[in-house]
Design a protein around this ligand. Structure first.
Ligand code: PGA
Length: 256
């Protein structure tokens, strides 16, 4: 069986944006990407801007999504946003378990697995982030940390292999996020190959693995050429239309 994994590039805007700058960014991005064949692309603005982005991207091939989601469907969870609400807003994607959520909001591996299932149940494509800290990297724990982070997810996904196909994993070394540092291409490939092995063992052969952490227009082509890198999760560079479009073009070059 030939496995086709369409390259995917997702912009994580984090807590950035305003009506005026969002509009300018999306318009510049659409202009930069016009007339090109594109990979699958998504942008994830903060919650309040989802309706604006939905209106700007309707009738375009670019999808949109949220940066987190509640594991609960509805009820007394002040401040939380559910997966059915995100579907109401036309979202295609939801990022879960980003290291900033794990660090600042105390999200656990089990919670991230529950959020992933909530997203899948509502027809969203969850993008599940994993990755080690600088200290963990320095002490050689990278693969053990990733295995620990993936364990409840793979357990939950066992038996729902069809849905597993819509899950995306993003490997984001915490020390590479927003720092301008990236692992060597060999280092990225080694971790991605390890994740691939775990996914395949769980029957998830179609699952895409994105790399995230200081991806820029200047390094995207090298990273996306790696055999187990299926695209990128982009932070800072997603706020620059030119840089983000260069990254999208680089991903397209490696479409199978
Ligand atoms: P960065 O962020 O591209 O700014 O390093 C990536 C992310 O946090 O998803």
């Amino acid at each position: 069986m030939t496995v086709v994994r369409t390259p995917l590039v997702v912009g994580n805007w984090k807590m950035n944006g305003a009506f005026e700058t969002n509009r300018a960014l999306i318009e510049a991005l659409l202009a930069a990407l016009a007339q090109q064949s594109l990979p699958e692309i998504g942008v994830c603005p903060p919650f309040p801007y989802l309706p604006q982005i939905a209106a700007l991207l309707a009738e375009t091939p670019i999808g949109w999504g949220a940066q987190t989601v509640s594991e609960h469907r509805a009820g007394a969870y002040t401040g939380q946003v559910s997966a059915p609400m995100l579907r109401d807003l036309g979202c295609r994607y939801v990022i879960v378990g980003h290291s900033e959520r794990r660090q600042y909001c105390g999200e656990t591996d089990a919670q991230v697995a529950a959020q992933t299932m909530a997203g899948l149940d509502s027809g969203l494509v969850p993008i599940v982030c994993v990755g080690e800290s600088a200290e963990q990297e320095a002490s050689g724990q990278t693969l053990a940390v990733i295995d620990r982070q993936l364990a409840p997810l793979l357990l939950t996904l066992a038996g729902v292999a069809d849905e597993g196909a819509s899950v995306v994993i993003a490997y984001e070394p915490v020390w590479a996020i927003g720092t301008g540092k990236t692992p060597t291409p060999e280092g990225v490939q080694a971790v991605h190959a390890h994740i691939r092995q775990r996914l395949v063992a769980a029957g998830l052969v179609q699952t895409r693995i994105l790399y995230g952490g200081s991806v820029k227009g200047s390094n995207a082509a090298i990273l996306f050429a790696l055999p187990d890198v299926d695209g990128g999760l982009i932070g800072g560079a997603a706020l620059d239309a030119q840089d983000f479009s260069t990254i999208c073009t680089a991903a397209m070059m490696h479409a199978v």
